[in-house]
Design a protein around this ligand. Sequence first.
Ligand code: ATP
Length: 354
Amino acid sequence: MAQIRIENVRKEFGAFTAVESSSFTIEDGEFFMLLGPSGCGKTTTLRMMAGLELPTSGEIYIDGEEVGQKPASQRDIAFVFQMFALYPHMNVGKNISYPLISQGMSRAEARKKVVEVARILGIENILNRPVGGLSGGDRQRVALGRAIVREPKAFFMDEPLGALDAEFREHMSEELRALHDRMGSTTVYVTHDQLEAMQMGDKIVVMDQGVVEQFGVPQQIYDWPATKFVAQFIGSPPMNFLEFHGMVGNGMDKVTLDGTELEVPKLLEGTQGELTFGIRPEHIRLDSTAPYKGRIVATEYLGTTQIVSLDTPNGPVKARIESHERARVGELTGLKFDARTVTLFDAASGRALL
Ligand code: ATP
């Protein structure tokens, strides 16, 4: 078990900065997600924590010890890669025991540990099988077995389920999370899939272009995005942005959007200029009596809900409403915004004002 803390960690490759100065703490036993689009620096951040890449500057602490310049072999961690390289000429048991035997553990002791681990993973009945003929899921379990058998302080996983098809991926992600909950070991997990991050993570760091945009529990990141980037990256369909020129403050608790006054509580005093009004699709109601109008341009049926696309004076908007609610393409309707769920951003910096 381990607490991992990174402080002002930065990584340059030549003239290119892959990770800007970043700081956050992963608590002991957490399932921690590094989330962001391709090239945002999440893998580089993970590799620095694991010791596979050395930071250009900054410190990395594992359980209070500064390990930033130490190689992976001295960090007592296990790395699970996307492409699991099992030893094809060994059976399942030997694949799992390999790290123990190569550390000098006796065969009898290693055997005991392998059986324990196989039981946790539900693969005790295939220990004597060659790995060649195994299903994808079992190969994944064997690879995990090999990672957990050493009982490392922490696990590092880089898109471990990336190569799997959707259904199996969902099943394995549940298994991974359950395994983590049974073992309680600190796990750092890289993904570009916001849904996977929300479902599996205790905490999430969202990165973009080498910068940590936000750090928090999934609900915090969904409900209180710190930036427009986070608001758009998390949630499907993403948060709607309506741009407007506004003035907020002097005790006011209203903003005016295209002539329609909207109550927005807890606004910052004296904020003015180009503002972006952010609202999630599920916080919009369609109501023909509402003064803020939009024309329905498309509907998408999703079973219990439907996504309605509208053209409004401030641009395109998507609303998620229940399937049985009426929404006809071509119709002019009114939009009601649930004011308590609105996020207001400074349009220029993209930062949330609340
Ligand atoms: P992906 O999901 O595509 O792997 P990522 O968010 O994990 O993306 P990184 O792999 O951390 O991103 O890469 C961040 C940036 O650093 C990318 O622009 C990448 O091209 C660059 N980069 C990574 N490793 C190196 C390297 N060894 N030399 C030069 N540039 C690198």
